[in-house]
Design a protein around this ligand. Structure first.
Ligand SMILES: Cc1cc2nc3c(=O)[nH]c(=O)nc-3n(C[C@H](O)[C@H](O)[C@H](O)COP(=O)(O)OP(=O)(O)OC[C@H]3O[C@@H](n4cnc5c(N)ncnc54)[C@H](O)[C@@H]3O)c2cc1C
Length: 362
């Protein structure tokens, strides 16, 4: 059986699902193929943050305003029709844990033109008053616009809504990709053939396992999280970002993340990861770690690149074959805005930013 589409997307994580939305909105007939299922990779993260104050010193990230506005628009639209709440806008606090960090954070804060209402400086007393029990030295920043998101649930609702609107998701089936004259074929194991004029590889860390893209430099960085239950309701709603993060969408559970493992023997969660998370959590919120019971652990593998920027573009020798991967540790923040850029590139040939282009590796 043959089915024809304008575009077939390989991979249903943050990149693939957000791009499917953009392309179908642009009038194209799109299908998405994922052997593992929607959010089967790093995007299965139970809780992630949209936190534009990045790195150790809370630096305003790359095109943060555009990225934030785009992802919030998607979250709001998908949430409207979703059966469960998967995100909240309850802010992120970033306490400094020593004087040196506090002074660099303050320097950064003073020299940055933060969008209006995004970021406030708090001195040490204000931080500890705002969040009793938190460790803080020298102050920190408060981002009222910070978002806490159950990414896997968001993507499941997003893909369900796209399916309802006519974009098929074909999951749980292995496939082979091949070129057939002027179109691409995705041959599924059940003998269905998907024909598409264009194919976009959005397979996260596995993108470089697709032979056409074997040379793109994607580096695996494993991340582990732990979900904890508390005896009493959490006395705060916001997320905390210091030595990792904690975020919560319910009053008696929270998620603590994350490890950044550049070398690892296996992809599953382990005791070492849990010990690391507990230790770091204990350095920021000591009372919380003592009263929390472990519910479950989760792990995923991020795809990082040499300049820590995503990889977007068309294969230099295979017209109609594209890649959109390497979203690293900011895939949630980047997903909607970059999907819009990718759509303009595919449909209108608008160039992608040079520092994100696949051609930077030529
Ligand atoms: C622990 C952890 C915490 C994180 N926290 C945050 C956060 O707070 N904020 C933030 O912005 N980002 C966060 N991230 C990063 C974010 O999750 C990733 O950047 C993002 O999920 C990458 O999306 P992706 O679609 O590129 O890849 P993936 O999510 O990995 O999706 C790839 C998809 O492709 C599928 N696939 C695999 N092989 C194939 C194949 N051969 N063919 C077709 N499909 C295939 C997989 O099943 C998967 O569904 C976190 C990541 C981790 C691991």
């Amino acid at each position: 059986m043959n089915k024809s589409f304008d575009i077939c997307i390989l991979g249903a994580g943050l990149a693939g699902v957000s791009l499917a939305y953009e392309l179908s909105k642009g009038g194209l007939y799109v299908s998405v193929v994922d052997p593992n299922g929607v959010a089967g990779g790093a995007s299965g993260t139970p809780v992630g943050l949209v936190n534009p104050a990045t790195g150790r010193y809370a630096t305003l990230g790359w095109r943060s305003k555009e990225c934030y506005d785009a992802v919030l628009e998607n979250l709001e639209r998908v949430q409207e029709k979703a059966p469960v709440q998967f995100y909240k806008k309850s802010g992120v606090i970033r306490p400094a844990l020593d004087e040196k960090i506090a002074s660099k954070m303050k320097e950064n804060f003073d020299s940055t033109q933060w969008p209006k209402g995004w970021c406030e400086w708090m001195d040490e007393e204000s931080v500890t008053e705002f969040h009793p029990g938190i460790e803080c030295t020298g102050g920190g920043v408060w981002l009222p616009i910070g978002l806490t998101v159950d990414i896997g649930t968001y993507l499941k609702s997003f893909s369900d809504q796209l399916q309802t609107d006519g974009t098929p998701f074909i999951t749980g089936k292995e496939y082979k990709l091949r070129k057939n004259n002027d179109y691409w074929e995705v041959n599924l194991e059940d003998n269905t053939t998907i024909k598409a004029e264009k194919v976009v590889v959005c397979a996260g860390i596995n993108s470089s396992q697709i032979s056409y893209f074997k040379d793109i430099p994607l580096y695996p960085v494993k991340g582990q999280l732990a979900v904890f239950k508390t005896d009493a309701a959490l006395p705060f709603e916001h997320a905390v970002s210091a030595l990792g993060y904690i975020g919560s969408l319910s009053s008696d559970h929270f998620v603590a993340g994350s490890t950044y493992e550049h070398k690892f023997q296996h992809e599953d969660p382990d005791q070492e990861g849990l010990d690391y998370l507990r230790k770091r959590l204990g350095s920021v919120l000591p009372d919380l770690v003592n009263s929390a019971t472990l519910l479950l652990q989760w792990s995923g593998v991020r795809a990082s690149t040499p300049n820590r920027k995503p990889i977007m573009g068309e294969h230099p020798e295979q017209p109609g074959l594209y890649v959109f991967a390497g979203l690293g540790s900011k895939g949630l923040l980047y997903s909607a805005y970059l999907s819009g850029l990718m759509r303009s590139f595919i449909i209108k040939e608008d160039p992608v930013p040079k520092d994100l282009s696949i051609h930077r590796f030529n």
